[in-house]
Each structure stands twice: as structure tokens, then as C-alpha cells.
Ligand binder design. Structure first.
Ligand code: IVH
Length: 664
């Protein structure tokens, strides 16, 4: 194709792709299949590769990420990005409403109720309909230029349906499911967690490499616009309608309200809706509808007087720390735990919160007896946010980490480079009980009925010193335990018997070797095939496996050299616990060292099954496409991952090809 023809075709492709992108990401109603979409993208990218001079700034290919930056440039906002005043109660809202009635000199006026999306405010500058620059809020006057990252947000239009020049503002956020998936993938890779979707969105936008941002599930809602090229809209409601018409995603829950009772009702309605939303909100926002009324109400130096955020507060609560105890974990890590005056918070009673380590206690200046603010991190884990120093009586006590293990009274040490204090005594009773609990856990040997209480009982009665003794339990021995009926005893023995057939990878994970999580256990099992071969493996042999670092190799050496390990393994062997990774599980480890990414819908496997099958053969499944990936397995409706893989020249396989690979 000659250059003129290519230019024409590229125009067509860009228009078509942008149109279908809009149906898919903004309206959530695709009109063509992902495969068809990918075909268009592929053709576009191939043409752009041949004629790079024809690439435009609004080409959909920029969604995949452009060149990494070294720093973000500073952008001065043409109109400052203001903040919002907060209201926390109906009284606050009523007072806000009365103030407006007074300043506007009217009893009744319209307001727009919107969701307060918990993300990051951004400003987008469009010149004659083209997205040219985007910035963070920064200090309100100046923000950072994050244009390249914003271009990767699929629901953010790169060109508008009218060639206007305008500044559009809204919120970039990460949907909850995307956040959970991202954190899971990060856990697999041993990376740190994002505390909440907002932090994840912020971290993603702050990436210097747009290709990384492109891998993050970001989304965008527009909520205001300053039209620089025309008359502009006369009301907030009209602005929202116009934003929709220009191709933006506008939140569907925005509503026109006519009175104070409408306003309060809206807040109530949204707080009930909140758990069902697919993204986080931290309140609702009320805005005077008519722009002339907004101007009349005016501004303070930091916020408009015509708008207010009514925040949801339910997730935070205040309570007192009764005491701080320490807990000894399976690996000897000593964790301080705050015992709280019980507090009902978002549907459950909270009695304890981890304080993690001494640095955190000092950093937050937590003392025994302090009044503290609590919330549930990620809506589940109780966490102490801060101390209320004004509530101190003077009788609070400093908490000092023990210099002895609370369980075995041996000396504890802080290993350089680690945040935790550790009990280094392998014979420590608290650690022994924790090891039994871990061994029996669902992801370990899955011995149902063997929980915390029973593990402690078995250990303290002398029946079980280490996990090897579990398999020597009998009805007679169990009969002597408190609260152990015949039926429970029989069930436990049956669960133990059943667990003997678990594959080696489960046993390795259950043994709690340091740094050996489920994925590493699977790799070790697949590579060595049996316990005896793994036990005999040298440091060099372990480290030679792809993805095995010195930490794991060292830990494996240390574990198998220990006398206690040898005793446990002997007991497990005598009991007939399976020490092999079955032949069909290993399949010669024929995928050893290969990295895969799965995308689209597979017909014969679930994602989990495909992943398991690949990992059993020594392969590794990653969540995102990068140049380190060897194969992309593309099922039906594969999307952006397929495009990226093709761009990077990664081998793309269909489900049938995967099957052939799996079967050697
Ligand atoms: S209007 C001058 N509308 O809340 C008006 N803000 O606390 C400024 N936010 O920085 C903002 N959803 O990040 C507005 N529907 C919404 C919003 C919203 C979320 C955020 C935005 C802003 C912060 C102010």
C-alpha cells in the first residue's frame, strides 16, 4: 500500500476503532467481537509501523503505552482546581442549604447530586477536539503532566465528537474487581500491596513508563467542563449532558434535586447503593445547578460556596487500646497486637488489630490506653489509623517489645534488614503450634477439623510434637482429649488419611519452608519430582531453576539440613504420606522455564485449570504481557493483551496449541 492510501486507511481505522472503543468502554455495549476489534488494531499498528510519520497523537495505538519518561513536567492550571468543603451530618447539609437560600435570595433552587468517586482528580485539555494534555490536581495551581498515562485509559476519549477547545475535569479511578486482580497478581510476584483502589490508581498514574500504566485497569468519569471555544452550558446538568454527547463516560447516578429533603434522601439512597457499586465512593457531592447561581454564591480561597461533599463516615470508628500483646508466628516473627474495647464497625465487632512491628508503633505513637481511630482496610482488616492525643489522661503506658519470646522465653532478635523481631528457637512451643495450624490449613494439607484450638491441644497434651506425629494419632489417643467426641475423632482420622495422597507441592507448602509459597512449592515439586530428590538438591541446582533466587535456595538448604526436618520427613514417610509429584502432574516438566499469559475465554479449561496445568509442567503464568513473556494463550474475545503481545512479537497460541503443548 502506498503512503497516500495508507494515510486514508489509517484515518478510517482510527475512526472505526475509536467508535467501537466508545461502545465498549464508555457505553459498555460492544457492537463487534473482541477478535474483530483486535483485527482492526492489528491492521492499524502494522500500517503505523510501516509509516511512523503517519502516527497521530489521537491514534488508538497510544493506549498501549508510549516511551517511558524520566520525570513529569509541571503544568499550570488555567483555572485553579479547587477542593470541596465537607459535610459530615444532616445538620451540616441543612446549614449549607440555608446559607445558599440566603446568598441567592431565593427559597427554592435546583441542585445536582453526584457520587464522590474515590479516585484522583485530573484535568484534560482538548484543543479543537483533540486530547493534547492531561494533568493531576497537584496543589490546585500546578499539577504534573501525565498525558501519556492518561492516554492509556480506554474510556477517556482521545478525540471528541465536536471540535471544541475545552478543559474537562473528572476522576480517574480503579474499579474494585480490577484492584483485587491487580493485588492478587502482585502478591504472586512478591510485590507490595496497594492499600486501596485509590492508592492503586494514584500509583498507576504516577508511573513513568506508560506501558506499565497501560496494564492497570483504570477508568474515568467526567464531571465538569470549561468550554473555551463557545458559549458553554448554563447549568451543571447541561454540562453533564454535553460531556456525554462529546463521548465521555458520565456517572449514571447523577440526579437533579429540588429541595433539602431531596438532597438528604439522595444521600441516604446512595449510601444504601454503595456496597453494590463496582467502584469506591467516599460520599456524595451536591452542586448548585444553574451557573448564574453558582457565580452568585461565589468562592472561598480553596473551595466553591455552591458545592459541598457529604462524606460517608461509617467505616471509621473510635475505641480504646486496652492492652498490647505479642503473638509469635510460625516463622518466629513476633507481632504486636492491640486488644481493643470491642467496637461495632461496618457490620462486625472488632476486638483486635495488628500493629505489625515496633517501627509502626513508634511511627504512629501508639501507647497502651490510647484512644484511637480504627477503620477496615480494604473493607476487611481492622487497622489503627491514628491516635487521638487530646484524649490522653497521662496514665497511658509506653509499650516496649519484649526481649524474650513470650512463649519459650528465649532471646529474640531483629535481623538486619527485617522489620520484625524474631524468636530464633526452633523448639519454641508457639511456633510449633502455628506450624501445625499451617500444615493442616486449606491451602496446605487441607485437614478439616484441625484448627487453632485443636492444634494447641494436640501440642500441649504431648500427643503431637511436630507435624510428623499427626499421622500416628489413633482413636485411643484422641479419646483422652477434652471436647473430642468419637465422631469428630473419626472425621479427623479420615481427613488425615485423605491428606496422605496430596501431591508433593501441597506437602512442600504445608511444611512451611521459609520463602516457599504455593507458587514456589509448585515449581520445586515440578522440577524435582520427589521429596528425596529435592532434599538432595544442591544450592546450585535450586538456583538454576528460573525464578528461584538465592533466598529460596538458601532456605531449601537450611531446611533439609536441619535435624528436626529429617525427623519429620522420616515420620511422614513411615506414615505413607505421598512424596511424589505424579508423573502426569510433572509431564517431564516440559514447560520448564517458559512464561505464559492467558487472555480471553478458553473453551475447555477455566483460567484456573489452565494455569494449574501449565504450572504443573513447570511453566509460569504471569498476569501481564511484557517482553519477558514467551507465550500468550489467546482464547475467544482476547483484547488488549493480544495487541500488546503482537506488538512485542510474542508467540501467540490458540487453545488447541496449548493443549498440544500440555500433552508434550
Ligand atoms: S467537583 C470545584 N465532583 O473530590 C469542584 N469532585 O474533595 C471540585 N471528586 O478534588 C470538584 N467526585 O477529586 C467533584 N462528582 C465529583 C467528584 C469530585 C470526586 C473529588 C475530586 C476533588 C475532590 C474534592
Amino acid at each position: 500500500m502506498d503512503k497516500d492510501k495508507a494515510a486514508k486507511r489509517l484515518d478510517e481505522l482510527r475512526e472505526k476503532i475509536n467508535e467501537h472503543n466508545y461502545y465498549y468502554h464508555v457505553l459498555d455495549a460492544p457492537r463487534i467481537s473482541d477478535t474483530e476489534f483486535d483485527q482492526l488494531m492489528k491492521e492499524l499498528m502494522e500500517l503505523e509501523e510501516r509509516y511512523p510519520e503517519l502516527i497521530t497523537s489521537d491514534s488508538p495505538s497510544v493506549r498501549i503505552g508510549s516511551k517511558p519518561l524520566t520525570a513529569f513536567a509541571e503544568v499550570e492550571h488555567t483555572v485553579p482546581m479547587l477542593s470541596l468543603d465537607n459535610a459530615f451530618s444532616e445538620e451540616d447539609i441543612a446549614a449549607f442549604y440555608r446559607r445558599l437560600q440566603k446568598s441567592l435570595g431565593i427559597e427554592q433552587f435546583e441542585m445536582v447530586g453526584e457520587l464522590k468517586i474515590d479516585g484522583l482528580a485530573v484535568s484534560l485539555y482538548y484543543e479543537e477536539g483533540k486530547f493534547v494534555r492531561g494533568a493531576t490536581r497537584g496543589d490546585g495551581q500546578r499539577g504534573e503532566d501525565i498525558t501519556a498515562n492518561l492516554r492509556t485509559v480506554w474510556s477517556l476519549p482521545l478525540s471528541l465528537r465536536e471540535k471544541i477547545t475545552a478543559e474537562v475535569r473528572g476522576e480517574v479511578f480503579m474499579p474494585r474487581d480490577g484492584f483485587v486482580r491487580l493485588n492478587k497478581a502482585r502478591q504472586q510476584e512478591g510485590l507490595t500491596f496497594f492499600a486501596n483502589p485509590r492508592n492503586a490508581a494514584a500509583g498507576s498514574l504516577r508511573q513513568l513508563d506508560p506501558a506499565v500504566a497501560a496494564q492497570r485497569p483504570l477508568d474515568f468519569f467526567a464531571y465538569t467542563m470549561i468550554n473555551l471555544s463557545g458559549d458553554g452550558s448554563k447549568s451543571q446538568w447541561k454540562i453533564l449532558t454535553n460531556l456525554k454527547a462529546l463521548g465521555f463516560k458520565v456517572n449514571e447516578h447523577a440526579t437533579l434535586l429540588n429541595s433539602l429533603s431531596d438532597v438528604l434522601e439522595y444521600h441516604q439512597h446512595i449510601s444504601e447503593l454503595r456496597p453494590q457499586l463496582s467502584y469506591d465512593i467516599d460520599g456524595v457531592v451536591f452542586k448548585v445547578n444553574e451557573l448564574v447561581c453558582q457565580e452568585k454564591a461565589g468562592y472561598t480561597s480553596r473551595a466553591p460556596r455552591w458545592a459541598i461533599a457529604y462524606k460517608f463516615m461509617a467505616e471509621e470508628g473510635i475505641t480504646r487500646i486496652r492492652d498490647i500483646k505479642v503473638n509469635v508466628g510460625r516463622t518466629g516473627a513476633i507481632t504486636p497486637l492491640a486488644e481493643l474495647e470491642p467496637l461495632l464497625l461496618s457490620g462486625s465487632i472488632i476486638k483486635r488489630a495488628s500493629l505489625h512491628n515496633e517501627d509502626i508503633i513508634r511511627g504512629k505513637d501508639v501507647m497502651i490506653g490510647d484512644t484511637v481511630v480504627i477503620h477496615k482496610a480494604g473493607e476487611v482488616i481492622p487497622e489503627i489509623i491514628r491516635v487521638l492525643p487530646d484524649k490522653r489522661s497521662g496514665r497511658e503506658q509506653l509499650f516496649i517489645m519484649p526481649d524474650q519470646c513470650p512463649s519459650c522465653h528465649k532471646e529474640v532478635k531483629r535481623i538486619p534488614g527485617e522489620a520484625a523481631l524474631r524468636c530464633l528457637n526452633p523448639a519454641c512451643p508457639a511456633q510449633a503450634v502455628e506450624r501445625i495450624i499451617h500444615f493442616a490449613s486449606r491451602r496446605g494439607m487441607d485437614i478439616s477439623g484441625l484448627g487453632e484450638a485443636l492444634a494447641a491441644q494436640l501440642y500441649h497434651s504431648g500427643l503431637v510434637e511436630d507435624v510428623g506425629d499427626l499421622y500416628a494419632l489413633t482413636l485411643d489417643k484422641l479419646a483422652g482429649l477434652e471436647r473430642m467426641g468419637e465422631k469428630s475423632a473419626n472425621n479427623l482420622l479420615a481427613a488425615l488419611e485423605q491428606s496422605k495422597t496430596n501431591p508433593l507441592r501441597r506437602l512442600l507448602y504445608a511444611l512451611g519452608i521459609r520463602f516457599v509459597g504455593e507458587r514456589t512449592a509448585r515449581l520445586l515439586a515440578a522440577n524435582f519430582g520427589s521429596m528425596s530428590r529435592l532434599a538432595a538438591a544442591t544450592y546450585e541446582e535450586v538456583i538454576a531453576i528460573k525464578d528461584m533466587g538465592p533466598q529460596i535456595a538458601f532456605s531449601q538448604q537450611d531446611f533439609f539440613q536441619r535435624e528436626e526436618t529429617q525427623i519429620i520427613i522420616k515420620k511422614l514417610k513411615i506414615a505413607g504420606v505421598n512424596f511424589q509429584e505424579k508423573r502426569e502432574d510433572v509431564k517431564e516438566s516440559n514447560l520448564k522455564g517458559n512464561r505464559f499469559v492467558l487472555t480471553g475465554t478458553l473453551q475447555r479449561y477455566s483460567r484456573e485449570q489452565a494455569k494449574e496445568a501449565i504450572e504443573q509442567r513447570g511453566g509460569q503464568v504471569l498476569s501481564s504481557v511484557s517482553k519477558n513473556v514467551d507465550y500468550l494463550i489467546a482464547g475467544e474475545k482476547a483484547g488488549s493483551k493480544l495487541i500488546k503481545a503482537k506488538e512485542l512479537g510474542i508467540t501467540v497460541l490458540k487453545e488447541e496449541d496449548l493443549e498440544k503443548l500440555l500433552n508434550g
